[in-house]
Design a protein around this ligand. Structure first.
Ligand code: ZN
Length: 196
């Protein structure tokens, strides 16, 4: 089957999604690659719950070595049984997509599924990688700071409105890993605005 590879997407071979799901420990016996390919495409958003007002931006890691918006869409739709990928934005690490590539996940005007307790008011941004084991790449941090700057401006937010997933009240997660701290995120934004 010939797939159309979106710009920036690293081409992949047949069995790609099933192989990736298996690497996460998912039982794939009832799934086919064709189902995965179909699930990787953005669903119709008719009737989806809207995100009324954005008052926070939540930063995540994927806790996987590899991934992309499409791969997470497959996982979230076929395994979690969600309507779409949970995150609004995904930043690649050079595995499934180019290092630092920004991909759209769930449309920004729809309520996401990424941080219990914050989905009603927050956009979710996911950097591919497990930052308990590795560090975000320079390009990922540059993309993240550009995106946060744009979203703060668009929604009238300040740096205090940026949260790591583990800082969301009531959360019990290490996300986005010990190697991605709020200081590091805010520092990258500072660096970017200094260079303008
Ligand atoms: Zn998270």
């Amino acid at each position: 089957m010939n797939r159309i590879i979106p710009t920036g997407q690293v081409s992949h071979k047949q069995g790609f999604y099933l192989g990736w799901l298996k690497s996460l420990g998912v039982d794939t016996r009832r799934l086919t690659e064709e189902q995965c390919e179909k699930a990787a495409e953005p669903p119709d958003s008719d009737g989806c719950e809207k995100l009324r007002k954005v008052t926070a931006l939540v930063v995540h890691h994927s806790a996987t070595g590899e991934g992309s918006a499409e791969a997470f869409r497959v996982l979230h739709r076929l395994v979690n049984r969600w309507r779409d990928v949970g995150y609004h934005h995904v930043i690649g690490n050079g595995t499934h997509t180019q290092d630092g590539l920004l991909e759209a996940g769930r449309p920004e005007h729809l309520r996401g599924a990424h941080a219990r307790g914050a989905n009603d008011f927050a956009l979710g941004i996911c950097l591919v990688g497990n930052f308990n084991m590795t560090h975000p790449t320079k390009r990922q941090m540059a993309t993240l700071s550009g995106l946060l700057t744009r979203l703060m401006k668009a929604h009238g937010l300040a740096e205090k409105d940026i949260l790591l997933h583990r800082q969301v009240p009531g959360s019990s997660t290490e996300c986005p890993g010990k190697n991605l701290t709020l200081d590091r995120v805010l520092h990258s934004i500072g660096e970017q605005s200094d260079s303008i």
